[in-house]
Design a binder for this molecule. Sequence first.
Ligand SMILES: Cc1cc2nc3c(=O)[nH]c(=O)nc-3n(C[C@H](O)[C@H](O)[C@H](O)COP(=O)(O)OP(=O)(O)OC[C@H]3O[C@@H](n4cnc5c(N)ncnc54)[C@H](O)[C@@H]3O)c2cc1C
Length: 377
Amino acid sequence: MTQYDFIVVGLGGLGSVVAHDLATSGAQVLGLDRYPLGHAFGSSHGRTRVIRKAYFEHINYVPLLRRSYDRWHDLEVQTQQNLLDRCGVLQIGPKDGIVVPGVLRAARQHQLDVRTFRPHELQRLYPQLRSINHDELGVFEPDGGMLRVEACVRAWGHLAQHRGAHVEIGIEVQGYSHEGTYWRVVTNQADYRSKTLILCPGAWASQLLPQALIRHLQIKRKSLFWFDSKRSLHRSSGFPVWLFEEPDGVFYGFPQLDDQGFKVAEHSGGQPVKNPSNLDRFVDPNDERRIHDFLARRITGVDHNTRVDHAVCMYTVTPDEHFMIGQLHGFHDLFVGAGLSGHGFKLVPALGEVLAQQALGHTDHNHHHWLSPNRFG
Ligand SMILES: Cc1cc2nc3c(=O)[nH]c(=O)nc-3n(C[C@H](O)[C@H](O)[C@H](O)COP(=O)(O)OP(=O)(O)OC[C@H]3O[C@@H](n4cnc5c(N)ncnc54)[C@H](O)[C@@H]3O)c2cc1C
């Protein structure tokens, strides 16, 4: 049996970057996944992901976002692909809500370019939007935009292979145990061995992580909808990525790209998922009704009777909605990259780097203690 330095389980958004970085260091790396790179069964599909720097979720993310922007750019250069479209991100919400003050705080502390629009300015600049309330503001970040999510995962995965990582697809990891000085990884095909094991299983964290962590994770089912829309809502007309914070929920979406439709989703809510392998992928009438009601309230020009596509995806959410990145206390050479809590894709270049550097022993494990998987006790 070949013994690897590292086995990375899960080559989705995060694991593909970790495998890339470890292989680039010259280590012997095996990456395992049940599905092909860029597949549509986990949490990294649905064509697009929002990227932005003025992060309302927490000020700590900004340096990681800066690093991610640089690494997305490098990836584009190395793979000769357009992966990040800086079409701008417009976020609208109450001036005393969570999103707008959070964006302005991050912009102020990190000198980021964010423009603030009052309701009448929003209506003038974006006549596609309706019912902007007098207590709402818009914050526009020109550097924000969208990532082509499946192409990004494939790009990291292919580059990892190019750097020497051995990638095996169609392998289902069924368990792992520490035996003497190495990890034995048991799969539906064969057993594999490595000195260090890195688990990046996305929603399957609920099956693959140690019990002490699983109880802190909630897996949620999320619906995505695409509708036909008027030209003024297309990317080619300059319509940006957008997000609305409302009292009843957070809704977001993307400008229409060619014939792909205008994508709309709800960030809040989501039904609990018991088993990610048996996810119900049908249209949930309640999810669709909430999207219809939102569009009727806020955006004109979307033909919401003409749904052109629909997809279901999963969030893996931690109690504080920050990620789990790092080594597990009490286990030899076992690292986890999980709990990306519905907002982690934009950050995978930086998170993958943090995890790979820790696993290589190049950085102190306390460096990003606020993301430590051990913080919940
Ligand atoms: C609807 C939706 C919208 C989102 N929007 C945004 C956004 O706009 N911006 C943003 O930054 N983030 C966003 N996110 C979050 C982000 O996309 C995810 O958090 C991130 O992509 C998850 O990456 P991951 O590597 O943890 O999981 P995944 O990409 O799902 O990868 C996990 C991999 O592990 C493999 N695996 C699991 N178990 C096994 C096993 N036993 N054996 C073999 N392989 C296994 C799976 O097959 C999979 O390939 C969104 C998420 C969703 C669902």
